[in-house]
Design a protein around this ligand. Structure first.
Ligand code: ZN
Ligand code: FE
Length: 256
């Protein structure tokens, strides 16, 4: 089961991901911000779209679904059961902990509510990939619109527990701004300093910084580091709970 993951820039700063299994030829797209670039990418490779997986209900993740269905009428749509009322019509509605088969490999559904309630992530161990939408992002996380800070902390903690070599395929190119903010929390973090150099180089030549590796997120993403004693003490929150520290970091980012 050899997998390829293709990053597809869409709209101004969104990403969709194409997951392709070379043995079976099966192809899925995760999120559909805009059909045209996805169809172009599929055409380039002679791949036919079999499945569309949706992380959450926001327009910038689902508005390309109708045009994708027009181009690939047999493509099935998978999304969260809890969000079925505000997603395109689902062929498969999934809940936290569900698993389904894709090309002989298991796809695990994780509830990662916080940005929205009902937001899900798809984890494909055989592809070493987690499709996280607007939950865990490169050096950041989605703004907490519908859920609570403890809920988002819980969601990020679940993703943080995946194997460290997991490739985090997240929904937006927000990494430069996230990096500037991360520096305000941990100015002395040497992993962060060196990662920022890599990010700046990539952005200077217009290269995506997404996907990223979970091990790099664990070392540099302030939202995953709320439980670190050094982060707690930098915020004068030594005695606060991890989720309270996460909440403080999220509040600061919202005002950054
Ligand atoms: Zn969103
Ligand atoms: Fe989004």
């Amino acid at each position: 089961m050899p997998f390829e993951i293709v990053t597809v820039p869409c709209l101004s700063d969104n990403y969709a991901f194409i997951l392709h299994e070379t043995g079976s030829g099966l192809t899925a797209v995760i999120d559909a911000p805009d059909a045209a670039p996805i169809i172009a990418e599929l055409g380039l490779r002679d791949w036919v779209l079999d499945e569309i997986w949706l992380t959450h209900h926001h327009d910038d993740h689902i508005q390309g679904v109708d045009d994708l269905k027009a181009a690939y009428p047999n493509a099935t749509i998978t999304g969260g059961a809890a969000d079925a009322h505000r997603l395109p019509a689902l062929d498969r509605a999934v809940d936290d902990g569900d698993a389904f088969d894709f090309a002989g490999s298991e796809v695990t559904v994780m509830d990662v509510s916080g940005h929205t309630v009902g937001h899900i992530a798809f984890y494909v161990a055989d592809a070493r990939g987690a499709f996280t939408g607007d939950s865990l992002m490169a050096m950041g996380c989605g703004r907490v619109f519908e859920g609570t800070f403890p809920q988002m902390w819980d969601s990020l903690s679940k993703l943080a527990a995946l194997p460290p070599n997991t490739i985090i395929c997240s929904g937006h190119e927000y990494t430069s701004a996230n990096a500037r903010f991360a520096q305000t929390i941990e100015p002395e973090n040497s992993d962060l300093i060196s990662r920022i150099r890599v990010i700046d180089t990539a952005r200077a030549i217009g290269e995506p910084t997404v996907p990223s590796r979970l091990s790099d997120e664990l070392a540099t993403n302030p939202f995953l580091r709320a439980s670190e004693p050094s982060v707690k003490s930098a915020l004068n929150m030594e005695n606060a709970s991890d989720s309270e520290v996460f909440g403080e970091i999220r509040r600061r980012k919202d005002a950054f």
